[in-house]
Design a protein around this ligand. Structure first.
Ligand code: SF4
Length: 475
């Protein structure tokens, strides 16, 4: 079955039955979630910083053309090049032409969700350029030929034994076949030994960017492995691929957002490496690339600026929303069927691929609001998901039975007396039929529930009758 967003329900069903995946996902709550909570508790001004980060991003979006042009001018001033790409195809082609201009055979890559968004690896391979992922998680999933399942922890769906199996197969002939790879440290050292040579062999290094700074023309990446630094300093050419909304006005603005980024993502105060790049190597510099290129991808983002989902452009890709989402925690990232999983994916996928492709994802939420409550730039994720739910209903994209059911429910909800009457009858009928066993093993229109567990038969009066019997007040 094709793992697209259209198959979310089936993907999720498979994920729930996958015991190994459930073991991997169980680590999120005591890891990312607990670490974020501890980091936030140590910083009294954290909530004020969230407001500041939101305001910086809103101000930048209000003046996006100005700041992008200022950024471009600074990059050109430092001797770099800027390539504007309207579509993923434009971005891919620009990168390929840069690679071909120096006859590149191998490119090293730092972690980049935009590279995933435009399908860069597959395109480079089709054109005889070998991409080598250098972030450990990305390297592992590249060996396994699968997409990331999390935006900051791409291999979070795997257990150690799966990584060991991937290494033994991919590194066959390179190391002693009897070596022990049981300890995570041994896996790390083997990956490091392989990647060290790939760094040295690469003709081109490609990284993403967490920020583009208009004031200085700098690009900024944060990582915990230092692989981004080697990717951008060792090869002759450094290419940065970033989407338009990554720009911020000043160094101070980037510093303010950095204070909420790592805390929200991993619970660190700062990531181990925060690297600023400015143009190519200057005379006297000890290292650095001879050429510096920035590929700026739009892919429909400029059209969002005046529309109802504009707030999604504030996203700084910290991953906190998915770490705290009970749906993501149950089904993992691959169920979402495209590069962006979790609540951010539930908004970005229909935005970037269209509602026909992504309409299931805004429904893949309990609307508990945990994602919104932790988003460092205060994106109203529930409002945005609700927007797409309404649009799917209006555009008749959901199944007819679902629309009919929602239409009926809406009619009754607008007529409270009728609603009370109908629910009273329904509860009495269900109570009568369910009295003997106290539960239903199957029920018309409730197969999604009863396929996995029994539905308890109603007991006593409806909630509304009990409520009015208590005078409509808390007892
Ligand atoms: S929507 Fe918010 S919480 Fe989710 S990745 Fe983006 S910035 Fe982080």
């Amino acid at each position: 079955m094709e793992p697209t967003s259209r198959n979310f329900t089936a993907n999720a069903r498979d994920a729930l039955a996958n015991a190994q995946l459930q073991t991997s996902l169980a680590k999120i709550e005591p890891g990312f979630v607990a670490n974020r909570a501890a980091a936030v508790a140590r910083l009294p001004e954290f909530e004020a910083l969230r407001d500041q980060a939101r305001d910086i991003k809103n101000h930048t979006l209000d003046n996006l053309d100005f700041y992008l042009e200022a950024f471009e001018a600074k990059v050109l001033e430092s001797g770099g090049h800027v390539h504007w790409a309207s579509t993923p195809a434009d971005a891919r082609q620009a990168i390929l032409e840069i690679c071909q201009s120096v006859g590149a055979k191998t490119v090293t890559k730092g972690k980049s969700m935009i590279a995933e968004e435009i399908g860069l690896n597959e395109f480079l391979e089709e054109n005889d350029v070998e991409p080598v992922e250098t972030d450990l998680g990305e390297y592992i999933i590249q060996l396994r030929k699968e997409p990331p399942s999390h935006i900051i922890a791409p291999a979070i769906h795997l257990v150690k034994e799966q990584v060991e199996a991937a290494f033994r197969e991919a590194h066959d002939g390179m190391f002693d076949p009897d070596r022990s790879l049981e300890e995570p440290r041994a896996l790390l050292e083997e990956a490091r030994a392989v990647l060290r040579q790939r760094f040295l062999d690469a003709d081109v290094g490609i990284t993403g960017a967490n920020f583009l700074i208009a004031e200085t023309g700098s690009t900024v990446i944060v990582s915990n492995e230092g692989n981004g630094d080697l990717t951008q300093t060792l090869p002759k050419i450094h290419i940065v691929i970033a989407s338009l909304e990554k720009v911020v006005p000043t160094l101070d603005d980037a510093s303010a957002i950095l204070r909420v980024l790592a805390r929200s993502a991993t619970g660190q105060e700062y990531s181990s490496y925060t690297t600023f790049s400015n143009g190519p190597r200057r005379p006297g510099d000890p290292d650095g690339p001879e050429q510096f290129h920035v590929v700026l991808l739009d892919n429909g983002r400029a059209d969002l600026l005046g529309g109802p989902v504009r707030d999604i452009l504030r996203c700084i890709r910290c991953g906190a929303c998915m770490n705290h989402c009970p749906v993501y925690g149950a089904v993992g990232g691959h169920s979402y069927g495209w590069v962006y999983p979790g609540p951010i994916g539930a908004v970005l996928t229909p935005t970037l691929l269209g509602l026909a492709e992504g309409r299931h994802l805004p429904n893949a939420s309990t609307f508990c609001g945990r994602c919104e409550s932790v988003c460092p730039v205060r994106i109203p994720l529930l409002t945005l998901m609700r927007h797409y739910r309404e649009r799917a209903f209006d555009e008749k994209l959901s199944p007819a039975a679902e629309r009919t059911g929602l239409g009926l429910w809406a009619y009754f909800a607008r007529h409270p007396a009728l609603y009370r009457f109908a629910t009273g009858i329904a509860m009495r009928v269900l109570a009568a039929f369910g009295r003997r066993r106290g539960r239903f093993a199957s029920l018309p229109f409730a197969g999604g529930w009863t396929a996995h567990r029994d539905l308890p038969a109603p007991q006593g009066a409806t909630f509304q009758r009990q409520w009015s019997a208590r005078g409509g007040r808390r007892s």
